[in-house]
Design a binder for this molecule. Structure first.
Ligand code: GLA
Length: 722
């Protein structure tokens, strides 16, 4: 049984073959966090007497020193003075809470969360622990799910107003873990547009630290994820404790180190500018957080998270299958295209083995630049005289799939939609509406707005008979306000926007069950597990430069597998950096994600097109292992002049290794690259060179990557067991 309740010790023990996670009810009432790590049979430690040696054995509920103890669901306004998961304002204005055990259930599987995306629960078991504040009647149902196939504990909380007067939830985080010590390094992913998810590490110190956003999106600046590394932990070894949130809106991920050197890690909806009124009988569901423990360093952590994503998060017809090789016209034409130009690009793409043609921004309204037409999802007949349907028919007639870019959540002030419904965007009364990229954000908390979006977008996708959709979102929210919400509920807008987003995505996706959906947000600005539950891949970054992408994809792979990362070969000089890197390198890096192109093939010399045709055959041959193989990072582009990573098939008979060398240096020899995850007893042939190596040799001695002359070169090994 993965979850056991030991009556004698009042312990809940969640375990799989490798890990244990243990809670204990102190004084029969308060859930304490007792243990999280490698699997143990039991933990007999008496936290109360060890951590609070001065406590009289006959302590009562009045004296339980919660402030000194590691807790499972700490609240504000109780005996614990640290920041907690929950804060509530009662009808009389007070904020005290005393949550105590009120019962529990253990279920097979995992209940879905109302309105929110979440992981599925095949092979899992769930503990539902009910806590109650007797005075107000507020109850909290804590859900803990443990998986058998991955070392993840999923946590969420449902807060119910079981009292007779309304109350306001002022803070509702998804998970908290109290560590008895704080000698960890904190790793987070931070960045900017075109520099998403850069690795940042620092030692914990007393006080508060972490990452958060108030932008209404998980954002390019931060990611809803943190990892704590024990001393000595690195890529391949040591204890790592990570938390990731299944949510696409503003979040906070924090670690608070207290006066006694205990570290409290918490993750959930950003409490700043959040409040939620609960009428009697009403409930609030927090998003889900995933807690991952790895004794095998960051690499082990990533492999557990990748298993979670592939086995329990991604869904739809493409979640576990190969993806079509695509060409997107954005960097080839930007807004300057017509049907003829698109068809000529598609034809060349088809000739070199590309499967899917994606029409990006600029096909609707009169959108010749980014300053108009969002919201008017009608075909621009100047550019597409036969409309989307005519273009799509011709693309399909070539034998290619057809895909379309949309940005459903936005409205341009220069649009018929805005002229008809100036109140439909998020805005604060008569205050100035601050545009970004010349656009405003539709108020997804409103049912009428959501219905319009679902109808307009579905009609366009139907007209285009699409096989693929790129769902973009190109700005964050400011000047918050909704005409549809009363004054007392304006702080609900951020979360209501995200619930509205999930609603419209679900309704559109349900109408197109065979379509491949890729999310995007001004590059990788909503690369989170919430959206990954709905769309199995996401555009990783608007930065398509090969070396910059090495960094972005390397860091993204801490949480997400290659099957989720949109990655394209683009033109040189690169449009974001001006850098020139060889075609083979751009391709090798794009093979670290869902492979595609984003350049004008018509401008390439014939030899390059022939190379592209060969590369496409190569990608198709290796795609299953590239996307779904067990992933190992071998060299970090954050630490030097090289980047290397590899994927290994589940039976360990196939592997693809990619090595990228940034700046050439004269008179140097390549450092051997030690591979990982192979079968030491097998021999492998490199399909490129025909050379045969032992699995043991490749892992324990290493292989020498080629270092051709020039900057930004790449070597790939495609290893097949003999
Ligand atoms: C965003 C996306 C790009 C492209 C443009 C179109 O920036 O990230 O890939 O689709 O929008 O406007």
């Amino acid at each position: 049984m993965p979850i056991i309740f030991e009556e004698s010790t009042r312990c809940f023990h969640l375990s799989n073959d490798r890990i244990s996670y243990i809670l204990r009810l102190a004084a029969g009432a308060y859930p304490l966090h007792l243990y999280w790590g490698r699997r143990v049979r039991t933990v007999s430690d008496d936290l109360l007497s060890r951590l609070c040696p001065y406590t009289d054995e006959s302590f009562s509920l009045h004296e339980t020193p919660l402030d000194l103890l590691p807790q499972e669901c700490p609240v504000m306004g109780g005996g614990d003075l640290r920041e907690g998961m929950l804060a509530v304002r009662h009808g009389d204005g007070t904020a005290a809470l005393d949550l105590r055990y009120a019962g529990h259930t253990i279920l097979d599987g995992k209940p879905a969360l109302p309105g929110l995306p979440c992981a599925r629960g095949e092979g899992a078991q769930t503990l539902l622990l009910t806590l109650r504040d007797a005075q107000s009647g507020l109850t909290v149902e804590l859900a803990h799910t443990i998986y058998a196939d991955t070392d993840i504990v999923a946590r969420s909380a449902r807060i119910v107003n079981g009292g007779t007067s309304p109350l306001v939830l002022e803070r509702a985080l998804s998970a908290c873990v109290d560590f008895e010590k704080a000698d960890f390094s904190l790793l987070t992913l931070s960045g900017a547009w075109a520099r998403e998810r850069q690795i940042a590490t620092r030692p914990l110190v007393q006080g508060d630290q972490g990452v958060s956003t108030t932008r209404g999106a998980s954002s390019v600046q931060t990611s809803p994820f943190l990892a704590l590394l024990a001393p000595g932990a690195n890529e391949t070894q040591g204890d790592v404790y990570a938390m990731a949130l299944c949510y696409s809106g503003s979040f906070a991920a924090s670690v608070q180190v207290d006066q006694h050197g205990m570290a409290r890690a918490q993750l959930g909806i950003q409490p700043v500018d959040f409040a939620w009124t609960l009428e009697p009988g009403a409930s609030f569901q927090t998003p889900e957080a995933y807690l991952c423990y790895s004794p095998e360093g960051l690499g082990g952590m990533s492999r557990q998270l990748h298993t979670l994503v592939h086995a329990h998060i991604t869904t739809g017809p493409y979640a576990r299958t190969n993806r079509p090789l695509l060409i997107n016209n954005w960097e080839a034409t930007y807004f300057g295209f017509d049907e003829e130009k698109l068809l000529s690009l598609a034809k060349t793409a088809h000739d070199v083995g590309i499967d899917l043609f994606v029409l990006d921004d600029g096909w609707f309204g009169h959108r010749d630049s980014d300053n108009s037409s969002l919201g008017d999802w009608v075909d621009d007949l100047r550019k597409l005289p036969h409309g989307l349907s005519g273009l799509s028919e011709k693309i399909h007639a070539l034998g290619m799939k057809f895909g379309l870019w949309v940005e459903p959540e936005m409205i341009s002030p220069d649009s018929d939609l805005y002229r008809a419904h100036p109140d439909w965007c998020i805005h604060a009364g008569n205050r100035m509406r601050i545009e970004s990229r010349h656009q405003l954000v539709l108020d997804l908390s409103r049912q009428d707005v959501r219905d319009y979006i679902v109808d307009a977008i579905s009609a366009a996708l139907r007209r285009g008979n699409v096989d693929y959709v790129k769902w973009d979102m190109n700005r964050n929210i400011n000047m918050w306000g909704s005409e549809a919400l009363p004054a007392a509920r304006q702080k609900e807008l951020g979360h209501r926007y995200i619930l509205g987003l999930y609603d419209i995505m679900r309704r559109v996706i349900a109408q197109f069950p065979d379509v491949l959906f890729e999310s995007c947000a001004g590059g990788g600005g909503r690369f989170d597990l919430g959206l990954m539950c709905l769309m199995p891949q996401a555009w990783c970054s608007d930065d398509t430069d090969a070396w910059m992408r090495c960094r972005i994809q390397y860091a993204t792979s801490l949480v997400f597998p290659p099957s989720t990362m949109g990655a394209h070969v683009s033109a040189v000089p690169n449009h974001q950096t001006g850098r020139i890197s060889p075609l083979e390198t751009r391709a090798a890096v794009a093979m670290g994600g869902t492979y595609g192109y984003e350049l004008d093939l018509g401008k390439l010399p014939r030899e390059e097109l022939e190379t592209i045709a060969r590369l496409n055959e190569r990608v198709k041959a290796m795609q299953t292992v590239l996307l779904y193989g067990t992933f190992y990072r071998l060299r970090s582009p954050f630490e030097g002049n090289e980047c290397a990573f590899m994927s290994v098939s589940p039976d360990r008979r196939e592997a693809v290794v990619t090595h990228v060398h940034a700046l050439a240096q004269p008179n140097t020899k390549p450092a051997l690259l030690r591979l990982a995850g192979l079968d030491p007893a097998l021999d492998y042939r490199d399909e490129e060179t025909g050379r045969v190596y032992g699995g043991d040799e490749l892992m324990y001695h290493g292989i020498a990557p080629k270092l051709p002359l020039g900057d930004y070169t790449a070597t790939q090994f495609h290893l097949l067991a003999l």
